[in-house]
Design a protein around this ligand. Structure first.
Ligand SMILES: NC(=O)c1ccc[n+]([C@@H]2O[C@H](COP(=O)([O-])OP(=O)(O)OC[C@H]3O[C@@H](n4cnc5c(N)ncnc54)[C@H](OP(=O)(O)O)[C@@H]3O)[C@@H](O)[C@H]2O)c1
Length: 261
C-alpha cells in the first residue's frame, strides 16, 4: 500500500503538506539516521524535527543518503524557546545541519513572551519571503495568540502544531482554526491516546487493523496533519499503512466522543 497516495492539504499560501509525517522527537541519538532512512524507504515524505531535538544533522544525513530529491520530502523544523530575537541565525544553523537551502515549514516551537509575539512572527514572514522557508507557522499557540499575530501583520500562521488525539478532540478548537485558515497539525497522536479503549479496539477489529492505525486514520478523516514517531521498523511501516481502509462518519463520531469523557 503506497505512500504515493498519502493525501496533501493546502496551506494558506498555496503550499501542499503531506497529511502524514514522521516525528523524530526522542528517536535514540545514535539511531536517528537509520530510523529516518527506514521511514523514507517505507514511503514517508514529511519529516518533523526541531532545533531542540538535537538531531537535524542526522535527519540531513538521512535525506542525503536516501537518494530522494530535495523537493520530494517536506521538512519541518522549529525555533526553540530562548532563541526569540535570534531567528535568522537559528534558521541558518538549521539549514546547514539539514543540508538544504530552505525548509518547507518553519515553526515557532513555543509562544515567546507577549511582547515578542509579533516581532518573532515578523521575522518568520521575512525569512519566508527570502525563500528560507516555503511556509511558516506556530506550535502550542492559543487562538488568542494566533489572533495577535494576524492583527500585528495581516498574516495568519499556515499551521498550529498542537497536541491532538481522540482524548483531546475539541470541535470548537478545530473550528476556530478552520475559521482562521490555520491547518491543525496534531502531535503525540499515539502517546496521547488510550490505545486500550474499547471504542478504538472495536473499530480496529471491524477493519482488521490496530487501534493505533485507527487513531491515525481518524486524523486523516478530519483533515488534521499527524506526525507519529516510532523507532521500530514494524511500527514505522504500520503507521503509514492507512490507505486500505477508511472510517465511516459514525465511527469518526464515536472516536470524537472520547474527547468529551
Ligand atoms: N511541537 C511540539 O511541542 C511537539 C511536542 C511533542 C511532539 N512533537 C512532534 O510530534 C511527534 C510525535 O509525537 P510524540 O513522539 O510525542 O508521540 P507519538 O508519536 O504519539 O508516540 C510515540 C510513542 O508511541 C509509540 N508507538 C509508535 N507507533 C506505535 C504503534 N503503532 N502502536 C503502539 N505504539 C506506537 C512509540 O514507541 P516506538 O518508538 O517504540 O515505536 C513512542 O513511544 C514528535 O516526534 C515530534 O516530531 C511536537
Amino acid at each position: 500500500m503506497g505512500s504515493m497516495s498519502v493525501p496533501n492539504l493546502i496551506l494558506n499560501n498555496g503550499i501542499e503538506i503531506p497529511q502524514l509525517g514522521f516525528g523524530v522527537f526522542k528517536v535514540p541519538a545514535g539511531r536517528t539516521k537509520e530510523v529516518v532512512l527506514a521511514a523514507l524507504k517505507t514511503g514517508y515524505r514529511h519529516i518533523d524535527t526541531a532545533t531542540m531535538y538535537g538531531n537535524e544533522g542526522d535527519v540531513g544525513r538521512a535525506l542525503a543518503d536516501s537518494g530522494l530529491h530535495r523537493d520530494e520530502v517536506f521538512i519541518t523544523t522549529k525555533l526553540p524557546s530562548g532563541r526569540a530575537g535570534h531567528e535568522r541565525a537559528t534558521l541558518a544553523a538549521s539549514l546547514r545541519a539539514l543540508g538544504t537551502s530552505h525548509v518547507d515549514l518553519w515553526l515557532v516551537h513555543w509562544p515567546p513572551s507577549a511582547r515578542m509575539l509579533a516581532p518573532v512572527w515578523r521575522e518568520f514572514l521575512a525569512m519566508r519571503d527570502e525563500g528560507r522557508a516555503r511556509a511558516v507557522g506556530v506550535s502550542n499557540y492559543s487562538l488568542e495568540q494566533i489572533d495577535r499575530l494576524t492583527e500585528g501583520t495581516g498574516e495568519a500562521p499556515a499551521v498550529n502544531q498542537i497536541p491532538w488525539s481522540p482524548a483531546r478532540y475539541n470541535d470548537a478548537l478545530l473550528a476556530g482554526h478552520r475559521e482562521r485558515g490555520v491547518v491543525v497539525e496534531g502531535y503525540s497522536p499515539l502517546k496521547g491516546a488510550n490505545l486500550a479503549s474499547p471504542v478504538l479496539a472495536g473499530i480496529a477489529a471491524d477493519h482488521g487493523v490496530s487501534p493505533a492505525q485507527v487513531v491515525l486514520r481518524w486524523h486523516l478523516e478530519h483533515e488534521i496533519v499527524t506526525i507519529p514517531k516510532s523507532s521500530d521498523p514494524g511500527r514505522i511501516a504500520a503507521n503509514i499503512d492507512l490507505l486500505g481502509f477508511s472510517l465511516t462518519p459514525d465511527e469518526v463520531a464515536r472516536i470524537d466522543s472520547l474527547g468529551r469523557g
